[in-house]
Design a protein around this ligand. Structure first.
Ligand SMILES: [Zn+2]
Length: 434
């Protein structure tokens, strides 16, 4: 049976296909200790798909993506074939094991798939492609793409003007030239201070949809980061009533930040700010406080290989990204992270059949819900409540069970304490679902 996955019967195929669809988007990092053999094959053949009903993936959000991907790539048939002596008809294969199996297969065939999936669009940071300090439903798109497209987006740091970095000891040649161009030429600024690249419009997106943002790849563009605090800002402004900054060298080969002699921080690059336009009535929304549109979430879980889901409030969604972080602790207490210049490759998928009030995310290990509010208790309430909603809607638990499961298995963490709206996120491990 030509399909995006093959197994002994339709039910097994459905399990594998839905896992493939979830994993295809993430290209999770694989280990080699797989308990089963896997034989990925790529043959030149016509692709046809079993119906969504037959596969049992009517509610699988990523399945449409698989269909579209394969349709755009119609000369190849992707087959994941499990060793029949060991698996396939045994549907009790634990989800993490299945994830690893499928993702390994996708990794092996990824080099064939990527050129066909990627639209190879690059959005450089320049005076005409950035938005200074806000998200807005009225912002003019600097690029329009389609659902399913990938875009590589270059971004700025929050380390400030080029002269300031040079004064602090950064080699001028290490600072991207567009930083000076943007500080010199962009006059329309505020109310916030983040220089974000975009907005990118996704043509199919309408208010009420969900935008899936697959964070495919993140590159560190410079060998340094900055961190600092300022008077009246951060979590302990009365303990530190003055300003300090330091430049922190990044070793991109070892993926470590040399914070101080004898102190090296492992890097986990992610974007502090990723979001879409808020509702039109919010006007020009300050880039500092995260909210239901995402924005300055400063969530260190959102590294390459993870997926963010954002509710769409404006035509085209109007995605913006920036505030690169090479690393950060939960809480981000002094108000900055390892601030640096990143480029990210994102794949955008518009979901017409899904609806969200607040952002959610998925990592290879966890499902994540979020809450943002000036009040930490209220932010926690929002994150916990949305985790219960997630478990009821997506995992079909009763509300009572969802509340109890959240208590016994879900970590509720402080994302950041310093962005006006503080952030709390709840992380539910994926591997508890068999
Ligand atoms: Zn930042």
């Amino acid at each position: 049976m030509p399909a995006c996955a093959r197994a002994r019967d339709a039910k097994a195929t459905a399990v594998i296909a839905s896992q493939m669809s979830a994993l295809l988007c993430r290209f999770a990092v694989m280990k080699s200790d797989l308990p089963y053999h896997i034989v990925p094959q790529i043959t030149r053949s016509h692709v046809s798909f079993p119906s969504r009903e037959r596969l049992g993936v009517n509610h699988c959000p990523a399945f449409r993506y698989i269909q579209r991907t394969a349709a755009a790539f119609s000369s190849f048939l992707v087959v994941v074939e499990l060793n029949p002596r060991r698996v396939v008809s045994n549907l009790s294969v634990p989800e993490p094991t299945m994830n690893r199996l499928v993702a390994l297969a996708m990794l092996l065939i990824g080099s064939y798939l990527l050129p066909a999936q990627s639209s190879n669009v690059t959005l450089p940071a320049s005076p005409s492609t950035v938005t200074w300090g806000y998200y807005s439903a009225h912002a003019k798109p600097v690029l329009t793409v389609h659902s399913g497209d990938s875009v590589r987006i270059q971004t700025l740091s929050t380390c400030g003007p080029t002269e300031r970095m040079v004064d602090e000891g950064v080699a001028p040649g290490d600072i991207p030239a567009y930083n000076a161009d943007i500080y010199r030429e962009v006059k329309d600024r505020g109310p916030g201070g983040h220089i974000l690249t975009g907005p990118v419009a996704i043509a199919e997106a309408e208010p009420g949809d969900v935008l899936e943002v697959q964070i495919v790849k993140i590159d560190l563009d410079v060998p340094f980061a900055c961190n600092g605090f300022g008077t009246g800002r951060g979590f302990l402004p009365n303990d530190f009533p003055y300003s300090r900054r330091k430049i922190i060298p990044l070793d991109r080969d070892r993926m470590g930040a040399k914070f101080a002699p004898g102190v090296e921080i492992p890097l986990h690059p992610f974007f502090g700010s990723m979001g879409v336009a808020p509702p039109e009535s919010a006007g020009r929304y300050d880039s500092a406080p995260p909210w239901m549109h995402g924005g300055n979430m400063d969530n260190k879980e959102l590294v390459a290989g993870t997926t963010l889901y954002l509710p769409v409030h404006a035509k085209g969604a109007l995605f913006e990204v920036g505030d690169g972080h090479a690393g950060q602790g939960n809480g981000e207490v002094d108000i900055t992270a390892l601030e640096t210049f990143l480029s990210g490759t994102f794949r955008f998928i518009v979901h017409k059949d899904r609806h969200l009030l607040w952002p959610r995310a998925e990592t290879p290990a966890s499902y994540i819900t979020m809450g943002f509010s000036p009040d930490l208790k209220e932010a926690t309430t929002l994150a916990v409540r949305d985790m219960i909603n997630f478990l009821v809607d997506e995992k079909h638990l009763s509300r009572d069970d969802a509340y109890m499961l959240t208590s016994v298995a879900v970590d509720v963490d402080i994302t950041q304490l310093v962005d006006g709206n503080v952030g709390v996120h709840a992380m539910c491990p994926r591997n508890i679902f068999k």
